[in-house]
Design a protein around this ligand. Structure first.
Ligand SMILES: *[C@@H]1O[C@H](CO)[C@@H](O)[C@H](O)[C@H]1NC(C)=O
Ligand SMILES: *[C@@H]1O[C@H](CO)[C@@H](O)[C@H](O)[C@H]1NC(C)=O
Length: 355
């Protein structure tokens, strides 16, 4: 398969995200229902369903187009202009020389996997003394890893929420942490400034199993239905990360309700690998209970959101690596501050300029 579309410089390594073989984005057929239908349906929600947290889906009349309508607290899902996921366009990336390497603590964690009926969610035990710290990169604070979401497709051609030049990976693992220097936990931090970091790992299919990912995939059979959970132990999140210091970063939102616009996204520039067997086990998970299994849990990706005026920055120095002329934040021109004396001040006043 040859590359389609314009060719972009890749980072030094051949299997990085930028430089992936591209294919046209899939246009998912989505159901659009008039607002009347939602209102009519809201009237029929059983009173026992007290928690909004449980009543949303990835399709139909409780799907992404309606998240902002079904719960007034989730207004950002429909009105927000700094939403996620987005399509990363290689040609619009801006190299930022101030971006540092990302730091993630390497020690083992324990926690549990949950089938919530919407996603497969990984919850990290918070009681342990040794929290996994996430810092560096574009971050100004230390964040504490709290949870992860697994988004995947029921077929290979879809799955990930973020895309790279339109390419959708078969799956994406998103690791969320909260700002532990300013806030106590995720539920407090998600509403607040600089509250959340999300690290995105793209998954690609390969025969060779990834031992770290296996800690999670070996429990898939125990979370086949909504409400089921399974503990895991001895997972090193650092060891799960792909072998690269390169990433793309932008300011966005959680990709699930309430679409909080307090999230710094970091998308690592190499995929990690999942086997066909593991993906098959994942695709057997269901949205419902054993009695009413409903549909498979997969295809749980929120549609792409417009970037609007946001910039996606990268620490990949295309210019240095390829000798090509890409947009960059290195300065070619500099401002100069004039000495500030009584003389200058009167001159400035005359000319109407500051320096
Ligand atoms: C994470 O950061 C906190 C605060 O600096 C520290 O007490 C803790 O030991 C760190 N965790 C690890 C695993 O280094
Ligand atoms: C999160 O922290 C806030 C503020 O300390 C507290 O009121 C709330 O109960 C905590 N929530 C959870 C789920 O721990």
């Amino acid at each position: 398969m040859s590359r389609v579309g314009p060719e972009f410089p890749t980072s030094s390594s051949p299997n990085s995200l930028l430089g992936q073989k591209m294919r046209p984005p899939l246009v998912a057929a989505r159901m659009r229902l008039p607002l009347v239908a939602v209102v009519a349906l809201l009237a029929f929600i059983p009173e026992s369903l007290t928690s909004w947290e449980e009543w949303w889906t990835y399709d139909g009349i409780s799907g992404p187009s309606f998240w902002g309508l079904i719960n007034p607290q989730w207004g950002l899902c429909s009105k927000g202009r700094r939403q996620s996921p987005v399509n990363i366009e290689a040609e619009k990336l801006l190299f930022d020389p101030r971006l540092r390497p990302l730091h993630v603590d390497k020690h083992m964690i324990s926690g549990s996997l949950h089938n919530t009926g919407q996603s497969l969610v990984l919850r990290v035990n918070q009681d342990s003394k040794h929290h996994v710290n996430i810092s560096g990169g574009p971050l100004d604070y230390r964040y504490q890893l709290q949870e992860g979401y697994i988004h995947y497709g029921n077929t290979d051609g879809q799955g990930s929420e973020h895309r790279v030049n339109g390419y959708q990976f078969p799956a994406e693992i998103q690791l969320y942490g909260f700002n532990a220097e300013l806030y106590h936990n995720m539920s407090e931090a998600q509403h607040k400034s600089q509250g959340i970091v999300a690290i995105s790992l793209m998954l690609q299919i390969r025969d060779k199993p990834n031992p770290e990912l296996h800690v999670l995939t070996s429990s898939f059979g125990q979370v086949a239905y909504r409400g089921q959970s399974a503990p895991f132990r001895h997972l090193s999140v650092r060891a799960l990360l792909p072998d690269t210091n390169h990433y793309m970063t932008y300011e966005g939102s959680t990709t699930h309700p309430g679409c909080w616009e307090t999230t710094v996204w970091i998308i690592l520039n190499k995929p990690i690998y999942i086997t066909r067997q593991e993906l098959y086990a994942l695709r057997k998970l269901m949205q419902g209970s054993p009695e009413t299994p409903k549909a498979p849990l997969g295809n749980n990706a929120r549609p792409l959101q417009p970037l609007h005026h946001r910039t996606v920055r990268t620490n990949i120095d295309f210019f240095r690596e390829q000798g090509k002329n890409c947009p960059k934040m290195y300065k070619d021109h500099y401002y100069r501050a004039n000495p500030w004396s009584e003389d200058n001040r009167s001159q400035g006043r005359n000319s109407g300029d500051m320096p």
